[in-house]
Design a protein around this ligand. Structure first.
Ligand code: PLP
Length: 413
């Protein structure tokens, strides 16, 4: 690495084509926020938009807003926007429910389609809710299916003709490692299996092309890189070719072909609309739409280019400036194999994350010993990376983590 200095990074920031986006967020002064992979910060446009929805659309127009303010169209309208970030077509993505519930819906649909098979294949280190939802689904279906958990390195070899559906999170939440979506999807298809990708740590962080990968199903989160706000609705993708044959188990009235016919018999809507269950949370969805609009405007390929530069810089600076304090890199060193986060392992990981937060650097901790830092290019500057590493070095050098207050585990880590 040629000599990186704080001044040289300020020069990089001055030339950054995404620099102007930072001012579009509300960020507390002095804080380096490296947790946008867990909860994206508040865009200023969201404050104005949600207050308009409250005051005008709800406050004045009342129930007419379902039609005149486009409330009923939100799930499909925002879904079409998210589609552009993940290489899907219009009409293939809908915004509804939480990621967990969408995992349930898509896995249930996949098992119904591949009804001769009984195995859901996944990685043992997949995000727990994805595994828990599969377990609950299997129980509900009478225990005839099996959730087969294998080492993430051996997925390709474990794909057999018993597998109904393979489900994986594209970017591992703990390590940041990326799967090769196109290759694994092709291998699954060669065995007659469907694939359901969880894009929670992908959407808004890096481009993916669901079509090029010939993907079947996907879900993803609205409150991480999409900056949709706490508990934002999630999204769900079903490839066009599957839509007519895919059933969804949560057959609510708003997924009906004609909800306002109030017919006693369920008749699924044509297309992606059948994946809506009940009434959309309008306030929350209007916040999500602001976050998605900003990413579309910023261009996901530019976002990825800066994300790679930020994560590479962070790894280099931590290794150069904090090398002797026992941090082990968990994330892949090669940017092509890494999402938009960098994780290190340390036996005092939890306390270090707490001590860093006391110094204004917000990252997070994932049990048992992983310090996780998310790099979100719309508001993170190169100089922030420098400052975060400077403070991390102070925490380690002065053993600031070694205080009882930093050892107490909070409910949310
Ligand atoms: C964040 C995340 C979720 C979140 O699920 P919720 O239902 O919103 O709580 C699910 N899966 C993965 C892989 C995630 O990273």
């Amino acid at each position: 690495m040629t000599q990186v200095t704080r001044a040289s990074l300020r020069t990089l920031d001055a030339a950054d084509p995404l620099a102007a986006y930072r001012a579009l967020f509300r960020l507390p002064a002095g804080v380096v926020y490296l947790d946008g992979n867990s909860l994206g910060p508040l865009p200023r446009a969201t404050v104005a938009r949600v207050s308009q929805v409250l005051r005008v659309e709800w406050g004045e127009r009342l129930i007419s807003s379902w039609n005149v303010s486009g409330w009923m169209d939100m799930p499909v309208r925002i879904g079409d926007k998210i589609a552009q970030l993940i290489g899907a077509h219009a009409g293939e993505v809908v915004v509804a429910d939480s990621t967990s519930i969408n995992v349930f819906k898509t896995l249930a649909a996949a098992l119904a389609l591949n009804s001769g098979r009984r195995v859901i294949l996944s990685a043992a280190d997949n995000f727990p809710t994805d595994l828990y939802m599969a377990q609950g689904l299997i129980q509900l279906l009478g225990g005839r299916h099996e959730l087969r958990l294998v080492d993430s390195e051996t997925i390709a070899q474990r794909l057999t003709d018993e597998v109904a559906v393979l489900t994986l999170t594209h970017v591992n939440y703990r390590t940041g490692r990326l799967y090769d979506m196109a290759e694994l999807t092709a291998r699954a298809h060669a065995q007659g299996a469907l694939v359901m990708w969880d894009l929670s740590h992908t959407a808004g962080a890096l481009p993916v092309d669901l079509h090029q990968a010939d993907a079947d199903l996907a879900v993803g989160c609205g409150y991480k890189y999409l900056n949709g706000g706490p508990g934002a609705s999630a999204f769900l993708f079903v490839a066009q070719r599957h839509q007519a044959r895919f059933s969804q188990p949560l057959s609510g009235w708003l997924g009906h072909a004609e909800p306002f016919a109030f017919d006693a018999a369920y008749q699924p809507a044509e297309g992606i609309g059948r994946y809506i269950c009940g009434t959309p949370p309008v306030l929350s969805m209007s916040a999500l739409e602001c976050g998605v609009d900003m990413l579309l405007d910023a261009d996901i390929t530019r976002v990825r280019a800066k994300s790679v530069a930020l994560t590479d810089l962070f790894i280099e600076l931590v290794q150069a400036r904090c090398g002797k304090y026992g941090l082990t890199l968990v994330s892949p060193r090669a940017a092509a194999l890494r999402g938009s986060q960098v994780s290190f392992r340390h036996p005092e990981g939890y306390a270090i994350v707490q001590a860093l937060a006391a110094r204004g650097v917000i990252g997070d901790f994932r049990a048992p010993d992983v310090l996780r830092f998310g790099f979100t290019p719309l508001y993170t500057r190169y100089v922030d990376v420098w400052d975060a590493v400077t403070r991390l070095r102070e925490v380690l050098k002065k053993r600031e983590w070694d205080r009882s207050a930093f050892q107490v585990r909070q409910k949310v880590t």
